[in-house]
Each structure stands twice: as structure tokens, then as C-alpha cells.
Design a protein around this ligand. Structure first.
Ligand code: FES
Ligand SMILES: [Fe+2]
Length: 336
């Protein structure tokens, strides 16, 4: 299985208007996306079969993608036409393309992988975010799959440093997924946020997420809960984070954020605080990006690391990334 056989989100929909073209990069492959006047999308390799011009420097012409060099045009299946030599057959490699949750997704044409399932019935889509981090896929996933960094890195989600020893962690791996459950004392949160989210004084912070590997993504449930009564916060988060390798040294993070609220009204009033929740989440992810970019060694291997009780997940994820996501024998080189 090749990496591009999996469906990946590759560009927010808002970045590709009608009649426009964008160059993107996925696992070291340059692709061009275009959207024509009919709102139809095409995804091709960013390389003209004529004389190797970047197709991303072209434009939409007659609802096809036109190369800027000699004006050959290509449809969404890559079929090319030359105005100067009408009988010539030319073909550019094309990809399957889909548009869901305000993102454009691609995979190899003819691949048989399943599109990721979004189980969000009764949830409200607060925001969809895109970030980039100068770190390889594995190290990026590592950061989002352990909570030991939350006391020092995060403002809202996670646990306080002085009580980290009380936090319980449990791992539930299967052949195709890795589930991690954490619970423990919550961080100090502003009174405004506690009131909005409905967090009681003695509530614990609960984290329950599962990582899948076609493509590599994690689904996080975050909520707060009273350990004695089992009563939960009024608002819960469900976050879908997709980890998309741009190349060996850089990873894109696409976040699709949902909430479920028990407050009365449509979507439990969450819509009123959409802006606040979305900027808070954006801030939390930018804190992750900042910490990751400070790594002294960006070799994706865990060899030589002194791992903690929260880090068992690193090895579990790597085994499945190698087997399910990359297929056999494909390894990332270390980056500087
Ligand atoms: S290089 Fe693209 S048309 Fe010639
Ligand atoms: Fe984090």
C-alpha cells in the first residue's frame, strides 16, 4: 500500500475558489488542484507531460487546466490536448478528489481504501483548522498522542504538573487502531470558561482518543467529569485530527472540531461561542506546533529516547504506521 492510496485532506476548500489553481505537496509528491466554473475539482501531478512545466503555474481555461508554457489543456482524468497538434495523445497522472467538511481530499486513482468515518451525529461543527509543523509525521503524532506535555504546553486542555503523578493512563491497541484513555485532576481554567463549559470544582479532566492509520488520524473525546457522581461537563469536544506528511520534514495537521452541548437550544447554544472556542483551539494547536519545532533531533525513530509511562503509545503507533500506512519497506529519512 502506498501512502497516497489513503484519503488525505490536502487543502481547505476556501483556498481554492472557482476558476483557480493551487499547488500542494503530499508525502514528497507535488500535485496541482484546480476548480472550474462548474465547481468541479481536478487533481493532477504538478508536472506537464509535454516539457515538464509546473501545471500549478497554469490557469483554468474552458473548464480544464491549461499549462502556462504551450497552452496544452488537461481534464480531471489527466487527458491532455495540444492546440498545436490536435492528434497528439498526452496524459498527466490524475488523483481521485473529494470535498468534505470544507476540505479537499485526494488519493491515488483506483485505490480501494475507505474514506474516514465521521461519527458526529448530534454534534456541532465548531471549526475546521489547518496548521503546519516543521517536524516529521511520527514526531508530530507522538505529541498529539500523549498528555505528559499538557501541563507545560497547554492553556486549557490537560493536567496540572504538580499532580501529573495522579493521572491514570490506559492503552487499548488493536491490529488497526490504538486507543488511549487518560483521567486525572484538571488544570486551572478561567471562571468564564468553567461556567461556559459547565465544569464543577471537583471535576477531573477526561481524555479518550483512538488513532487510526488509513490515513493517520486521531479522534479525541475531551470532557470533564465528577469522579464521585459521574456527572459530566455540559459541553464535550470531539476532535478529528489528520496528520498529513507534506514531505519527510514537514507535516500538516487538519483539525475538524465538533462539540456536543447539553444546554438548551439548537446545538446547546454553542454557536454563540463559536468564535471563542475556535480561537481557543487554534491557540492550543499552535502551542503544540511551537513545542514540536523546538525538538533538538527530528529523527522519527524512538531509538535512544528515554520513554515514560505515557509513551508506550509511541511504539504502538509506529508499528501500525509502518505496516498499515506506509506499507512495507518505506522509511522516512532523518531531517536536520
Ligand atoms: S510544457 Fe506544458 S504545454 Fe508545454
Ligand atoms: Fe498538545
Amino acid at each position: 500500500m502506498a501512502i497516497l492510496d489513503h484519503w488525505h485532506p490536502i487543502l481547505p476548500s476556501s483556498k481554492l475558489k472557482k476558476n483557480s489553481v493551487a499547488g500542494v505537496r503530499l508525502a514528497g509528491n507535488d500535485l496541482v488542484l484546480y476548480r472550474n466554473s462548474q465547481n468541479e475539482l481536478g487533481a493532477l501531478t504538478d508536472h506537464c507531460p509535454h516539457r515538464r512545466m509546473k501545471l500549478s503555474l497554469g490557469k483554468v481555461y474552458g473548464d480544464k487546466l491549461q499549462c502556462s508554457y504551450h497552452g496544452w489543456t488537461f481534464d480531471a482524468k489527466g487527458n491532455g490536448e495540444s492546440p498545436a497538434t490536435p492528434k497528439l495523445y498526452a496524459c498527466a497522472k490524475h488523483y481521485e478528489v473529494a470535498e468534505k467538511f470544507d476540505a479537499i481530499w485526494v488519493r491515488n486513482a483506483g485505490a480501494v481504501t475507505q474514506f474516514p468515518v465521521f461519527d458526529v451525529e448530534g454534534h456541532y461543527n465548531v471549526c475546521n483548522l489547518a496548521h503546519r509543523v516543521k517536524a516529521p509525521l511520527e514526531l508530530t503524532v507522538d505529541n498529539f498522542c500523549e498528555i505528559e506535555h499538557t501541563p507545560t504546553t497547554h492553556a486549557f486542555f490537560g493536567y496540572p504538573l504538580e499532580r501529573m503523578h495522579e493521572v491514570e493512563v490506559e492503552f487499548k491497541p488493536t491490529d488497526t487502531s490504538v486507543r488511549v484513555l487518560n483521567k486525572g485532576p484538571r488544570k486551572n481554567i478561567s471562571l468564564l470558561m468553567r461556567t461556559l463549559v459547565g465544569i464543577g470544582d471537583d471535576y477531573q479532566f477526561m481524555d479518550d482518543w483512538t488513532t487510526y492509520f488509513s490515513p493517520v488520524y486521531s479522534i479525541y473525546d475531551h470532557w470533564w467529569q465528577c469522579p464521585k457522581t459521574g456527572k459530566e461537563s455540559m459541553v464535550r469536544w470531539r476532535l478529528y485530527l489528520f496528520f498529513v506528511p507534506i514531505d519527510e520534514c514537514e507535516t500538516a495537521i487538519f483539525t475538524f472540531a465538533f462539540t456536543k452541548s447539553r444546554y438548551p437550544g439548537r446545538y446547546g447554544g454553542v454557536r454563540l461561542f463559536k468564535w471563542l472556542m475556535s480561537s481557543m483551539l487554534d491557540y492550543e494547536i499552535r502551542l503544540d506546533v511551537r513545542i514540536l519545532e523546538g525538538l533538538a533531533d527530528k529523527n522519527p525513530s524512538i531509538e535512544g529516547m528515554k520513554l515514560s509511562r505515557f509513551d508506550r503509545v509511541l511504539g504502538l503507533n509506529r508499528e501500525r504506521i509502518e505496516k498499515i500506512y506506509r506499507g512495507n519497506g518505506i522509511h522516512l529519512a532523518a531531517c536536520g
